[in-house]
Design a protein around this ligand. Structure first.
Ligand SMILES: [Zn+2]
Length: 503
């Protein structure tokens, strides 16, 4: 038996200014070309990601693996058509050569220059090559679920955590069901439903209400055997596409007599608590002022308006400037993405004192944000290639590669400046630069929620800092044109009753 497995992951923030060429999908994996075959297996084997689970599962069953594409990019603007076509071709060409099943590690919120729904389009192209081959898809919790995804895939599962610490388990559930389907033990079909809700990501976590009882119900129905798989998706709101929503996808066996309405019930529960999914941010100036009154560190300052993990440029300096202006002491910042500053600082060398513009190189015209570098005078403490394996619970085993990096000290603030941008979800961002996070009073992280995976356990207090950027929780700044309206909370007066779709 031969199974094709592949990873094609991108969460598209359609307001981001960071372009998404093919290179974006290879460089994080340390490759100039598309990664495939043995090199791809070697990279992802042992990671706690869905693709890692697929590889483990197939190797344990002695099934032949074809891995024609391993592509993983940081969130950014719409994927370039050329890149998307090449990636799809890798998978479709492999499908054309024949296989018994396909296991895909996808995101679910990929937008391309030509398609609002990258994953749906990939699956449609695969179905053109082979209309019947069993397909299982593991999706991110932030997927915006389209009809095409559910119509073309036989099995859909989603992460159940945010921060995402169950990618591997999600892959296992998808992969195991696919094998059961191939062995003729199940005949799956899918029911799915959407609620017209644009939830705030800070309010989405399944660890807490309002999402917790909804996700708990889905998990309970699955573990009791009522359904084959039940997933709830918070959705990704920073995308100007028609599919933004909160959704539930339930995979049932043809013989199941129960829980036909589960997808409806799950999105109806979410709709009933829609007001609790709304987050009202405090101004970042006030939050920093409040932070200054706190004594015990480490205090996490989560600058969530500009984080790479949701498409931010990771170089907006407004919050850093405010921390310096209000004179917070003993602060570490990770990481600011600025290859130009890295160049200058590497030329200056360790020990140099230097004045230069840091960050603020990326204008964001979609929300009227200009490039505003921050002129800083400081000392170059450390120069290093910041490359390390994640040891924390999110994406454990994945190799982070931020490229050439600098530890730059400005008064009482130590900041890591890197060539590349990645949301800091692991203590390794600091420890590999020689900073002991526990000794810092403040840790300023460009992150919304994923930092909790690595930092929540050491944090004395966590403050959400609403810095400006393309990941803002203030939806009124985004020029949405393509959403399906009405949608809550942009529109308030909505009558909604859930309607299940089915394959
Ligand atoms: Zn996500």
């Amino acid at each position: 038996m031969k199974i094709i497995t592949a990873i094609m992951q991108h969460e598209t923030n359609t307001f981001s200014s960071i372009e998404t060429p093919l290179r974006a999908f290879t460089e994080l994996l340390g490759s100039r070309e598309i990664l495939s075959g043995h090199r791809a297996i070697k990279f992802f084997k042992g990671t706690r990601m869905a693709i890692g689970a697929f590889i483990d599962l197939l190797q344990a069953e002695n099934i032949d693996i074809a891995l024609p594409l391993a592509a993983y990019a940081e969130p950014s603007a719409a994927v370039e058509d050329n890149a998307f076509d090449q990636m799809c071709d890798c998978i479709c060409d492999a499908v054309a050569q024949g296989c018994d099943g396909i296991m895909l590690d996808l995101h679910g919120a990929m937008v391309t220059q030509s398609y609002f729904d990258g994953e749906g389009e990939l699956l449609r192209r695969i179905r053109q090559v082979n209309p019947r081959v069993p397909i299982a898809v593991a999706l991110d919790f932030h997927a915006n679920i389209s009809d095409e995804i559910c119509q073309h895939a036989d099995i859909v599962t989603g992460y159940r955590t945010y921060p995402h610490v169950d990618m591997y388990e999600c892959g296992l559930r998808a992969g195991r069901l696919l094998l059961k389907m191939i062995y003729g033990q199940i005949k799956p079909y899918t029911r799915w439903a959407r609620a017209p809700m644009m939830t705030h990501m800070i309010k989405q976590t399944p660890a807490l209400a309002p999402m917790k009882p909804i996700m708990d119900k889905a998990i309970c129905k699955e573990t009791s055997g009522d359904v084959l798989a039940a997933s709830v998706f918070g959705g990704f709101p920073l995308a100007d596409i028609p599919y933004v929503s909160l959704a539930a996808v339930v995979v049932l066996d043809q013989n199941d007599r129960k829980s036909h309405q589960l997808a409806d019930e799950l999105v109806s529960m979410a709709w009933e608590s829609r007001a609790d999914f709304v987050y009202e941010p405090e101004t970042y100036v006030n939050t920093i002022a409040y932070a200054k009154t706190l004594a015990d560190g480490p205090i996490i300052l989560a600058d969530h308006g500009d984080n790479a993990g949701a498409g931010g440029s990771h170089d907006n300096m407004s919050v850093v400037a405010e921390v310096l202006r209000q004179e917070l002491k003993n602060v570490a910042v990770a990481p600011i993405a600025d290859p130009q500053a890295v160049d200058i600082l590497w030329q200056a060398g360790e020990g140099a004192e230097i004045t230069l513009p840091v960050g603020g190189k990326t204008p964001t015209p979609s929300i009227g944000l200009k490039a505003e570098p921050l002129e800083l005078n400081g000392c170059v403490k450390t120069l290093t290639e910041l490359k390390f394996e994640i040891t924390g619970p999110m994406m454990t085993g994945f190799q982070v590669d931020l490229g050439r990096s600098v530890l730059f000290k400005v008064g009482s603030v130590e900041m890591i400046i890197s060539e590349r941008r990645t949301e800091p979800a692991d203590l390794g961002f600091f420890t590999n630069m020689g900073i002991e996070p526990l000794e810092k009073r403040y840790l300023l992280l460009k992150s919304r929620q994923h930092f909790r995976a690595g930092f929540e356990q050491i944090a004395k207090q966590i403050l959400l800092v609403a810095g400006p950027g393309v990941c803002s929780s203030d939806y009124s700044i985004f020029p949405f044109e393509n959403l399906t309206r009405p949608i809550y909370p942009l529109d308030k007066d909505i009558t909604f009753s859930a309607q299940t779709n089915r394959t």
